[in-house]
Design a binder for this molecule. Sequence first.
Ligand code: UDP
Ligand code: MG
Length: 314
Amino acid sequence: MPELSIIVPCYNESKVVGTCYRETTLVLEELGKSYELIFVDDGSGDDTLRLIREIAANDRHVGLVSFSRNFGKEAALYAGLKAARGEYIAVMDADMQDPPSMLPAMYAVLTAEGYDSAATRRVTRAGEPPIRSFFARQFYKIIRSMSRVDIVDGARDFRMMTRQMVDAVLSLQESHRFSKGIFGWVGFKTKWLEYENTKRAAGETKWSFWKLFKYAVDGIVSFTTLPLRFASIMGFAISFFAFVYLIVVLIRTLTLGIVVPGYASLLVTILLLGGIQLISVGILGEYIARTYMESKHRPLFIVKEQTSPRPDDK
Ligand code: UDP
Ligand code: MG
């Protein structure tokens, strides 16, 4: 069994897999521990798969898991963690935004300092579009205030974990995965290492605004049911105001007689109530949809091709 497993999810990363492989190998060779490097090809449409195949053919440390289509980064992470056989397991992006040079320090945190996990967070979001940073910050604020799971702002998926923690992560089989929350949920002792944001080495980000939005909703719905309570709280509040208003109207009618105006307030009330009802039904729908999807117990990914790293032939 190797000491270290490094997992790299790749989706259309033909421009960077080579660099990623070379840089990471340099770092790992220098560290001098036995290791394996597992690339998970998340159904790339470009040359990524062919490049990884070539790398794996020439280097016995390298393994490959290739999906039959794009299942998303979360599925790729899961597949990688499942394939990993190391005692210490790290997950890392292919685009060099997660610097491989941090791996030795993470390894030291686990082996020398006795932590179960070495995680990373960016202290700056420099180089990211400002709108994206803004929404990202809001998202972390919202999810932190609603959920008891500790989700750190600027946290990356880049982290190294012990075998024990990985087994715990793998034991959560939900199909709408939100790794940042899952890593927090399983507990264990985590040390946060900070670093400056670095730009992608080459290629484009794979996250459109829409993909990020869905990711955010997944995060919230997976880790808190507080939005469901929002419906009941609003219901109570509105019923209370409606009751007060009813008394006001009653008194007014009794003292002043029937007055005609009221069209505007009536319309506003109806629209407001209708809106809130729709929102509440929508929130309910989100949770029911999740329950429905989870109840199908579909596999998180489908492997089309797999190459395992070959053990030392020394
Ligand atoms: N990725 C993936 N499947 C996807 C989207 C992304 O495996 O559907 C991988 C991607 O190849 C990269 C990592 O996830 O290694 C992070 O993606 P990216 O750099 O595009 O995200 P960003 O750094 O912009 O948040
Ligand atoms: Mg990136």
